[in-house]
Structure formats: C-alpha cells, structure tokens
Design a protein. Structure first.
Ligand code: 5AD
Ligand code: SF4
Length: 472
C-alpha cells in the first residue's frame, strides 16, 4: 500500500460494507460502487456490524457461488435485527450477477434485502440507496440506456492512492458468444466496448495515483474494439500500445480472452510490446472436439493448439493459463481423456478447473445425458492433479533465474516485501517498504508451495531492469 501524503478526508457519517464474490470484474465493480457511494457521503468499513449499508456483489457462474449468497443473507438478517434493537437501521443490497439473474426472486427468498441492483445500473446506486432508506423495496435490473461508465464518478484521489500499485480497468463488458454452459450473456448482456478516450483517461488517473500495472478486464476482452483518435477502428492490440505510452504504466495485462478473438495484431503486441506481460489466460474448457462443439465454442482442439503455437512463436517466454470444465453433458471417459491430452500438449503455468454446473436458462441445463456427480468428482481430481503438477514444475523452473519484479506490498515478516512476477506469481524478497511501486531485478532462490522467494540483484543501487525501464 502507498503511504498517504497527508490529504485529509472529510468525515463520513454513514458506512458501507461491500462483500465481493466471483471474478475480477466484480472486484472492479465493487470499487466503482464504493467510489459512487463515497461521493455520496459513505465511508468504507471492514466491519459488517458497523455498516449502515451492506452490499453483496454476487456471482452466478456456478450454483455453489449463487447459493453462498443466500446463506450469507440469512446471517445478515440476524445482524439487521440486532442492529435494529440498538436503534440502528441497516439497508441491505444485492448487486452483481445473481441480482441480474434472479431480480424479484431475491426479495421473495431473503426478507432482509431492501434493494437488488444489476451490473448495468450501478451509476444509479446512490439514488436507489436513498429510496431504500426511505422504506421502499427496489429491484433495478433494466438495462440502462445511458452509459454507466460516463455516470460513475471519477475515483477520489485518496481512494485511488490507497489501492496500491496494481489495478483493474474494465474495457469491455458482456458476451455475444453464448457458450452453452454459461450464464454470462444473460447476466452481463451483449458485448459492449468502452471508448478509447474513456479508457485512456481512466488509465492516466490510475497512473497519477501510483498504479504501475493495469489489467484490462472484459468477459471477452480481446473482442474489444473502438474508434481510435486517428479515426481508424482499433483492436485490443492497438489499445495496449496506446496505454503503454502513458508515463508510469509499465506493465499491462488483459483477461479473459476467447481463442476466436486472438487476432494477428494482438499476437504481434505480445511480440513487440515489452510492457505486455508474458502471461495469457486463454480458456479452452475441454479437449474433445465433440464437447467443444456441444459447448458452442466454435473452434476445435487443433485450432487451439495451432493458436498457442503462433503465440509462443511471437513470445517464447509466455506462460499459459486456462479454464476447464469437466462433466459437461455427454462427456464420455474418452472425451475427458482428450482434455487431459490437451493439458499435456499445452502445459499450463496456472489453471482453474470446475465441475459442470447446470445453470437455469442456459442450453446446457436442458441437454440430456448429464454426467453423474461421481464421474465429475473423479475427473476433476485427475485433472487438478495434472494441473497442479504443471504449475509446480513451472514455478520450480524459475529457480536460479533473474526476473523483473513489481514490488507490491509488505510481506508477513518485518523487512519483507511481496512483489508480482511477470507470470502473476507472488515473490517474497527482503526489501524496505519505501521501494513499493518499484520494478526491480531479483534472482529466484527457490519456489515455495504458493509463492516464490527471491533476492534483490543489486540491493545497494536498486538498479531497475532495462527491459521495463526506470520510472522518472
Ligand atoms: N459450470 C462450470 N463452470 C463454468 N464456467 C462457466 N460456466 C460454468 C458452468 N455452468 C467456468 C468456465 C469459465 C469460468 C469463468 O467458469 O470455465 O471460463
Ligand atoms: Fe461465457 Fe463463453 Fe461468453 Fe466466456 S465466451 S463469457 S464462457 S459465453
């Protein structure tokens, strides 16, 4: 965390507690909602019992994620009663993808809830909260005609500064791909790209507040497109080059991508843009062409492997990350073996794997031939064992090498800092807190189970790596 330079914040009379579930876009959205509420006089609290407004930013991607919200709402109901006994009112809001998908149903199932707000209407949150405080029960899930990003306030200076040296920036939202397992096209709506000028302005603000690494977010981030200041149509590759020109922005990433939208320009950016980190999350989901077709992924396993080869030719040190689903309807043992095979062929540095969870309203949920839970469990275990082995091998392969490290935050022990490797791994080094925000060269001494350990290459002068440049 960066040290405050002594700006004084006005006292906030009301407090909001925000709990975030699910993906990085929810993390970003929670921050923007907190900014909108801060502009309306709310302070942030980490103590739910102290909160006048409790906001759950929810995830609907798998059943387990959605169900967690209802059990949390049960606990919040108790809390609300206890606060009411002490004469304190609590407004309870549900935001995010469960809000969008279930709307009115949430008010029916969870009596503690006062307001339900979908991701497209966050800019209306302060007004909605005011109405809820006046006693109204509100469901706000219509897609707004106005651009929410235009209407969300710019983050407060202090709020941004306290966020640290890495940040998310949503550039694209929604999805038109309609994979048959996925609720996203229904909860986040159609694909929308934010305009170049808006994105550049937000990245500049982040840079001014000390952010050095920006991760561009989108459900289909590599489908991002927009009109550049030159009047030409830009793709994500061009946008990345533009953002890398901003002084202070030294590292860029983007997530999550679809294989069909990895175009030549973006692959070339991996070759030509040093600020673009050599790490790519590119989910394939399954390795069997029959299952890929049933999932409506619209590419084959061979297409994916060819694509990876092109990306690796452009950027040989790139590390791959992916998502996998086991037990999609109709998946046989032989189909699953194809998933194991593609994992062996690609070799992942990092991966997320899930049991298929039928989601209401998606085509997959209606398919016959659903796979038994026991088979799903067994396949997930086998897949995760292989992925964990690959992840460990990748971490171990870095021992003895010199890497660049963005010093991010204090470590658990005095005199230690945690930094972020180009491949998103936490690296622990002995450094003083004044160096947070610097990009330094370290030699990796060894790999632990969750992090790497490194030693500064030149602690006396603290020379920065040439590849990423020194900051002025
Ligand atoms: N069941 C299991 N996993 C799913 N994902 C998306 N929908 C489902 C589902 N119904 C996984 C995909 C996606 C990741 C974000 O979540 O792997 O890439
Ligand atoms: Fe879901 Fe497929 Fe869209 Fe990704 S590309 S958000 S998995 S529908």
């Amino acid at each position: 965390m960066l040290e405050s330079s002594g700006d004084v914040e006005p006292p906030k009379d009301k407090k909001v507690f925000v709990k975030t579930y699910g993906c990085q876009m929810n993390v970003y959205d929670s921050q923007r909602m907190a900014d909108a509420l801060a502009a309306d006089g709310y302070g942030i609290t980490d103590d739910i019992e102290d909160a006048d407004l409790v906001l759950l930013n929810t995830c609907h991607i798998r059943e387990k994620a959605a169900e967690k919200v209802y059990s949390e709402l049960g606990r919040i109901r108790q809390l609300k009663h206890e606060r009411a006994r002490r004469g304190r009112e609590t407004v309870v809001g549900v935001a995010g993808c469960v809000a969008q998908a279930e709307g009115q149903e949430i008010l029916r199932r969870a009596s503690a809830v006062d307001l339900v707000i979908g991701p497209q209407t966050y800019h209306r949150l302060p007004a909605v909260v005011e109405r809820a405080r006046a006693g109204e029960k509100i469901v706000e899930t219509e897609y707004a005609l106005e651009d929410k990003f235009e209407h969300l306030p710019a983050p407060e200076r202090n709020a941004v500064r306290s966020r640290g040296v890495t940040a998310f920036l949503t550039v694209q939202e929604g999805c038109d791909k309609f994979c048959t397992f996925c609720v996203v096209p229904y909860t986040r709506g159609a694909e929308v790209s934010r305009p170049v000028a808006q994105i550049v302005a937000e990245a500049e603000r982040l840079a001014q507040s000390g952010v050095r690494e920006v991760t561009l977010l989108g459900q289909n981030v590599n489908a991002w497109h927009g009109e550049g200041p030159d009047g030409r149509e830009w793709g994500l590759g061009r946008l990345l080059f533009r953002l890398a020109e901003i002084p202070g922005i030294d590292r860029l990433r983007y997530t999550t991508s679809h294989p069909r939208d990895m175009n030549d320009e973006l692959i070339a950016a991996h070759r030509d843009l040093p600020a673009l980190m050599p790490y790519l999350h590119l989910p394939v989901q399954a390795g069997s062409d029959r299952i890929l077709k049933a999932m409506n992924r619209r590419h084959t396993a061979a297409d994916y492997l060819r694509l990876i080869e092109r990306i690796r030719t452009a950027r040989p040190d790139i590390a791959m990350s992916g998502d996998f689903i086991v037990g999609f309807p109709g998946e046989s043992e032989a189909d699953f073996e194809e998933t194991m095979k593609i994992v062996r062929d690609v070799t992942y540095a990092q991966a997320f794997s899930f049991k298929y969870s039928p989601r209401p309203g998606t085509p997959g949920a209606e398919m016959g031939d659903q796979v038994e839970e026991a088979a799903k469990n067994e396949r997930l275990q086998r897949l995760q064992a292989l992925l964990t082995e690959q992840q460990r091998a990748f971490a171990q392969s870095l021992a003895g090498t010199e890497i660049s490290l963005l010093l991010e935050k204090p470590g658990r022990l005095e005199g230690q800092l945690v930094g972020r490797s180009p491949w998103l791994q936490p690296v622990i080094v002995d450094e003083n807190a004044g160096r947070i925000g610097d990009i330094v060269s370290v030699r990796i001494t060894h790999a632990g189970s969750n992090s790497l350990f490194g030693e500064p290459m030149n602690p006396a002068t603290g020379l920065k790596t040439a590849a990423e440049g020194a900051r002025v």
